[in-house]
Design a protein around this ligand. Sequence first.
Ligand code: MN
Length: 280
Amino acid sequence: MSYSETGGNLMMENVSWLSPMRVRTVWISDVHLGYRGCSADRLLDFLHCTQCETLYLVGDIIDVWSMKRGLFWPQSHNNVIRTILGKAKHGTRVVFVPGNHDEVFRDHADTQFGNLRIVEEAVHETRDGRRLLILHGDRFDGVIVCHPWLAKLGSHVYDGLLAGNRYLDLVRRRLGMDYWSLTGSLKRRVKNAANYITSFEEAVARDAKRGGFDGVICGHIHHAGIREIDGVAYHNCGDWVESNTAIVEHFDGGLELLRWDEVMSRTALADLAEPVRWAG
Ligand SMILES: [Mn+2]
């Protein structure tokens, strides 16, 4: 199913108007506005079709690093910001947890602008009473890069590495390493991407467990997923560059990973039959 950019948005607006998807909470991360690869149009469709009480932006929403290399800011990227602010204006609680690409906003942590709040990390309580830690996930990079096996230790060494990672970040930025080359080097250093992803997931889950949380929701590695790790419910929002995914909480407290491209192709086949013929 193909759809044009303008036609697609119009159609999805019709859908949202007819039957918006109502959920209690939405989490998205790694949107990378300002980066060429950002699927802003898909994200706009998603935002228009969804209604939620709370929207968590789990970091790397604006790709400040990419913008520093050359400004790329089309109208669709602007529209994403406007749509999010519009939701905040109309009653959605928006919680922004900055990531490494938009870490400039970490300086404004604990600031509130109307319904929009910026926090370094957040805690969310689900309808069924589970406490979830919300963080971007970049603070685990150092642990994984240095020694994947160290992530298996719940020790002071591990804590030290986490603290040291802040300096490592600084050095990396001074060297002008960008996200994509960083990801590449991370993956090369741990030999294969699967190992890297597993190490990341385990490190994040361990941190949440030590904090006494029932689960964790993060982003950063652009790999969406929900799985149980050592008694902790691990959730990764994925990204809006390649996978176009979000985590949603239904009104019974159940969490689900939403692959928007799949939802859209299902919707296109069913509800959009009329508008497609009309447009064609
Ligand atoms: Mn990131």
